[in-house]
Design a protein around this ligand. Structure first.
Ligand code: SF4
Length: 708
């Protein structure tokens, strides 16, 4: 029996796990008692990880060999790695020669390791010569990235998990932590048990399991978060709860924000949000006057056409009340995916470059070109997730290389996504699991190694970098993602860099990580003081520059922010309604969220019967009054229609859903519910700053339906 320390591949909490293996098989998993994210605890998903790697799962649900289909609609046929790599390289070269480098797009994943991200980024920008590389993390946290940058000057979550124990007031908004980040929620429960006076405010249109735990639940109308924050700010100013010294010494832009908030008095904000003025005032008082207030937020803020405005509106509250830079205080975005943070650090997204650099900055591009040993990086703006698929649907992007993600399920407005995949001349899918919706559109399917089989690092929500370790060999011919990218890159180099030294001579993940580490030197996320060996002994938070022996738990404790003048910025943005309009034809606001025991498209978690048992029935939930008003029956079928598509699902009466709203878990793809899956309905309009689509708000209509 062998124990291997690694990290859970599900959510951004980043729990440490110990993988138990015997004779080349994973036999068990337990929480790592020494990992500071979880101290040995695991949730239902983490504690059943070994069941995603049983011999039967490895045999039946995993891809074992590279495959190719001669024509769309044909069956996939196995071929050798050598042949697959050469054919892919030849086609990419021909498309690049005919249409230019921007005819090629890469859509990768927050579930890749940092080393994979680095390899893809160098391949796309350094070799192919396009900034068309984006990640499914665009759907998860890009509003948080831009919010931090606009307000604090840097994409750096300032708080840490220990702050959950130190806060006197928690403001949880747009996050059902009890289900989506369960181990952090257990920590909140323990902190509350130790200090019953701690105040917990939850902002959510639904009465979620997290809301049930709150002292105050603000059940706002979907999409009204900015109005709520402006109303709370108005109350703080009016009641004298602001920290005038902090504002004067460490911030700028407060007068403009104050003028904006003047037009949103609490009574008006409460009306807009559909809550009582008394509750809004109570929230503002607890937030501003508690000794230490910590905000925790996630998709409910981020997945919105006002995603950046919502993030900055919340950070404004922290700056106005001085609730930042102290233990237990600060804005703290939670990442959904296990390595969304690693993607931000490596710049594996269209709007970023390695080391938190900016692709629109010529000096930043030159710095990375120098580090990578290439002449220059492309200057043309890259396309973000939705834009990439829009361009493919128009025929501008001709090839899509997809890694560790399932866009034919997870992206909004599936009609557009599927049209894009159909129109592409080349779709390459790197994937660990069989049968994903995207595989039906792929010309090449390349088998990837996954959790328990690959080496590298991930960064969790609190900036903590942990090692991911291999306990067994991947099944069949599956390979680590970085290696798949490198092997094709080496063939492209023969044509694109004849006679020049290889950019991809790296022999393993540690060499890739060292290249990435160098890109952080002197930057806000500097990790030049870390090594793989150190991380194996103890996961560390960034920054950890060369001169330091351990990472930093909290940022901005000296109240000097990452802006040019060191002052944080109040960002003034008015409340704006969601993109989809509620009207007589589409009278319900559809929101989406997570189930306790499932993960994303369920490729991995759906393989575990114990997890499926929790809630295996796809359904749309409506308030019983809304069902009755429409002549719909609990348990009957309803046809859901939005301006983008329609879908038939069972109806479920649910008092936790407010009147005028509907709720569907985001996990159900076409293989479970037919059609184009739940994202046939969802909204692809995106935040103009963060380019994150508005998955949380779709105007919807529902009518009784019959089985065909
Ligand atoms: Fe894994 Fe997240 Fe559960 Fe921790 S909380 S065990 S990281 S799914």
């Amino acid at each position: 029996m062998t124990d291997t320390r690694s990290t859970c591949p599900y959510c951004g909490v980043g729990c440490g796990v110990i993988i138990e293996s015997d004779a080349g098989q994973i036999t068990g998993v337990r929480g790592d008692p020494d990992h500071p994210a979880n101290f040995g605890r695991l949730c239902s998903k983490g504690s059943t990880l070994h069941l995603t790697a049983t011999p039967i799962v490895l045999q039946t649900k995993r891809l074992h060999h590279p495959q190719h289909r001669a024509a769309r609609g044909d069956e996939l046929q196995a071929l050798s790695w050598d042949e697959a790599n050469q054919r892919i390289a030849d086609k990419l070269l021909s498309l690049r020669a005919d249409h230019g480098p921007d005819a090629i797009g890469f859509y990768i994943s927050g579930q890749l390791l940092t080393e994979d991200y680095h390899a893809f980024n160098k391949l796309a920008r350094g070799l192919v010569g396009t900034n068309n590389i984006d990640s499914n993390s665009r759907l998860c946290m890009s509003s948080a990235v831009v919010g931090y940058k606009q307000s604090l000057g840097s994409d750096a979550p300032p708080a840490c998990y220990e702050d959950l124990d130190r806060a006197d007031c928690l403001f949880i908004t747009g996050s059902n932590m009890a289900w989506a980040h369960p181990i952090l929620f257990r920590r909140i429960e323990a902190a509350r048990a130790a200090r019953p006076e701690m105040k917990i405010i939850v902002v959510d249109p639904r009465r979620t399991e997290t809301a049930e735990f709150a002292d105050l639940h603000l059940q706002i109308q979907p999409g009204t978060d900015v109005a709520l924050c402006l109303g709370m700010l108005h109350a703080m100013v009016w009641e004298g709860w602001i920290d005038a010294n902090f504002i004067a010494e460490h911030t700028e832009g407060f007068d403009a924000l104050k003028a904006l908030a003047r037009d949103m008095p609490p009574a008006k904000a409460a009306r807009q949000c559909g809550i009582s003025e008394a509750d809004l005032l109570q929230a503002a008082r607890w937030f501003a006057t508690s000794e230490a207030t910590l905000s925790l937020y996630c998709m409910g803020l981020n997945q919105s056409t006002s995603g950046t405005a919502k993030n900055t509106a919340l950070i404004n509250l922290h700056l106005a009340s001085g609730q930042i830079g102290r233990p237990g205080a600060g804005p703290f975005s939670l990442t959904g995916q296990p390595n969304a943070m690693g993607g931000r650090e490596t710049g594996g997204m269209a709007t970023l470059l390695p080391g938190h650099r900016d692709p629109t900055d010529a000096d930043h591009r030159a710095e990375i070109a120098r580090l990578w040993g290439v002449d220059a990086l492309p200057a043309t703006a890259g396309k973000t997730a939705v834009e990439l698929f829009e361009a493919a649907a128009r025929g501008e992007v001709k090839a899509l290389w997809l890694a560790c993600t399932n866009p034919a399920q997870s992206l909004p407005n599936q009609a557009l996504v599927r049209a894009a995949l159909e129109r592409c001349e080349l779709v390459i899918l790197q994937e660990a699991f069989t049968g994903t919706a995207t595989a039906a559109y792929a010309d090449f399917v390349l088998p990837a190694a996954t959790w328990g089989e690959k080496e590298g690092t991930v960064t969790n929500s609190e900036r903590r970098i942990s090692r991911v370790r291999a306990a067994i060999l991947p099944p069949g011919e599956a390979r680590p993602d970085w290696q798949i990218a490198r092997d094709i890159a080496q063939r492209l180099e023969v044509q694109l860099r004849p006679g020049l030294p290889s950019l991809f001579g790296v022999e393993g993940p540690e060499a890739l990580w060292l290249e990435h580490r160098e890109a952080t030197r002197g930057r806000d996320l500097d990790i030049t003081g870390l090594t793989y060996a150190m991380l194996e002994r103890s996961p560390q938070q960034w920054p950890c520059p060369e001169a330091e022996s351990q990472g930093r738990a909290r940022l901005y404790q000296d109240s000097r922010f990452a802006t040019a003048n060191g002052r944080a910025r109040f960002v003034s943005r008015p409340f704006a309604a969601a993109a989809d309009k509620i009207d007589a034809s589409f009278a319900l606001a559809l929101t989406t969220g997570r189930m306790r025991d499932q993960w994303h498209g369920m490729s991995r978690s759906g393989a575990v019967p114990r997890l499926m048992a929790f809630d295996a029935r796809p359904a749309v939930r409506l308030n019983p009054q809304d069902l009755a008003r429409r002549g719909l029956k609990d348990g009957g079928l309803g046809k859901l229609t939005t301006r983008r598509g329609s879908l038939v699902l069972p109806m479920q009466a649910d008092e936790t859903v407010a009147c005028g709203q509907a709720y569907v878990p985001m996990h159900w793809g076409a293989e479970f519910i037919g059609g184009d899956g739940i994202n046939a309905l969802t909204q692809d309009a995106f935040c103009p700053d963060a380019r994150q689509p508005e998955l949380k708000f779709s105007a919807m209509n529902v009518q009784p339906a019959e089985l065909p």
